[in-house]
Design a protein around this ligand. Structure first.
Ligand code: DQA
Length: 142
């Protein structure tokens, strides 16, 4: 039997508050129930989930799985717009990383129009609500 493909969903700062945080922007569903639906949809994929509010925690996790996993779905939250260290961490590992955003950052404040991580990522999926994560998984599996 072929080995299961392994994908990490990595969420950055404030994304632990999904469902409660600015629901008009990020929706009313928490991430955990959504994750259960994703796992049910992809029974042949090992889907791991990790969230950190700390830049170093996100970098450590990329180092931990980046030489072993088939892909990382990364919503770096506000670190997207600031973190050269995350850019370097993504470049440091062979695993493909897809940048995701729940909201359409291009329709929001100017400071959200810049992504420090996009040039290091395989691609970016932006603005489809929580469905952005599923679309990123589809991209990694394609
Ligand atoms: C976000 C967009 C970022 O600008 C913001 O800082 C977030 C969430 C999104 O998923 O839409 O925390 O990454």
């Amino acid at each position: 039997m072929a080995e299961q493909r392994k994908i990490l969903i990595l969420n950055g700062p404030n994304l632990n508050l999904l469902g409660r945080r600015e629901p008009e922007v990020y929706g009313t569903e928490g991430f955990e129930p959504y994750l259960e639906r994703l796992k049910a949809r992809y029974p042949d994929v090992t889907l791991e989930y990790y969230q950190s509010n700390h830049e170093g925690g996100l970098i450590d996790k990329i180092h931990e799985v980046g030489f072993d996993y088939d892909g990382i779905v990364l919503n770096a939250g506000a670190y997207t717009h600031t973190s050269i260290a995350l850019h370097d961490a993504i470049r440091a590992v062979p695993c493909r990383v897809v940048e995701v955003h729940i909201s359409n950052v291009m329709q929001r404040e100017d400071f959200r129009h810049v992504s420090m991580i996009a040039p290091a990522c395989a691609g970016s999926i932006v603005g489809f609500g929580l469905d952005s994560y599923r679309l990123a998984i589809e991209a990694l599996l394609a």
